[in-house]
Design a protein around this ligand. Structure first.
Ligand code: NCD
Length: 313
């Protein structure tokens, strides 16, 4: 079993293999070919302490398509509400035979702490990070990279994302998607630009990022890809109030703002979207520009690749 905790914990070779495998599964699914059930006999628990639509369902679909036994833990109806700790819940699922545990949680260090607890208790269960607080969401970054490679007809081993300029706009300090996408896209050779209001920008330039700015037009000038992010208001400090209408005016991905990007530029958003705030509907729904539903679709084959990596099959 192999854990998948963070982009930084993956080697270049593992990243390339995961992306190759995601793109291969994407082709197999599109062609309606037999998936052959390589995870038959594997018990996969999905344990989500935060709300999720795309991520939880795509992990469920991915596991089922590969023949795993998939159990979505009903957190709201579980002993979590009798005061059971996350650690005890993780060990309970491992004792029931979990081979893979797909975990989403809000606390810093939860993923690593669960990994350590499993090891100390002698379980071989693989932990897959499905989003950890504001810190990381590695499978979202992998599916976003696979979506870009498919859209730009690139391959992981050959050209990766080399030379593509990608602007990420939105709540960068609270976004685990931004954290993992920056780490992965930079490693794959992209030229990254980050844009947000000052209070939502990182205090220092992350590794591999070329530009950090409060100017949407500077960020979007001539880019190949513009990615908008949701404001993670659930993680805001009490005194951080951002007016949604003013935000759209200065930082929203509107058609006017997008006119600064290349005429062929693609638009991305990890979802869930707040239409009319960080992205306008005419941008999100433009089939010639928007990759948003392709991102959702790529969630399944990417998580199939991740689950096979976790199961070591
Ligand atoms: C994100 C998440 O939950 O981290 N969405 C996702 O997984 N597709 C982003 C968000 O909540 O805004």
């Amino acid at each position: 079993m192999n854990h998948l905790t963070d982009i930084d914990a993956l080697s270049d070779e593992q990243i390339n293999n995961l992306l190759d495998e995601a793109l291969r599964y994407d082709r197999i699914i599109r062609a309606g070919q037999d998936l052959k059930g390589p995870l038959a006999g594997i018990l996969q628990f999905n344990l989500f302490y935060e709300n999720s639509t795309r991520t939880s369902l795509s992990f469920e679909v991915a596991g089922k398509r590969l023949g795993a036994d998939v159990v979505a833990v009903p957190v709201a109806a579980s002993s979590v509400h009798k005061g059971e700790s996350l650690r005890d819940t993780v060990l309970t699922l491992a004792a029931q035979g979990a081979d893979i545990m797909v975990l989403r949680a809000s606390g810093a260090g939860t993923i690593d702490a669960s990994k350590v607890a499993l090891k100390e208790a002698g379980f071989g269960t693989a932990i897959v990070n499905a989003g950890e607080g504001a810190f990381g969401h590695p499978t979202q970054a992998l599916l976003d990279a696979a979506t870009l490679m498919s859209a730009f007809e690139r391959t992981p081993d050959d050209d990766g994302l080399r030379g593509l300029s990608i602007a990420i706009l939105g709540d960068l300090v609270h976004s685990r998607v931004a954290a993992s996408c920056c780490a992965l896209f930079a490693r794959l050779g992209a030229d990254l630009r980050l844009c947000a209001p000052q209070e939502l920008l990182p205090t220092s330039k992350p590794d591999g990022v070329g530009l950090v700015t409060t100017s949407r037009f500077e960020a979007l000038e001539g880019v190949d890809v513009a990615m908008a992010l949701r404001m993670q208001t659930e993680r805001f400090e009490a005194d951080l109030a951002i007016d949604p209408a003013g935000y759209r005016e200065d930082f929203g991905l509107t058609m006017d703002a997008l006119s600064f990007a290349k005429p062929t530029a693609f638009v991305m958003h990890p979802g869930p979207m707040n239409r009319g705030i960080e992205i306008d509907s005419d941008v999100a729904d433009d089939p010639s520009r928007s990759l948003i539903l392709q991102q959702v679709a790529m969630g399944v084959p990417t998580r199939m690749a991740v689950l096979r990596h976790a199961a070591n099959r």
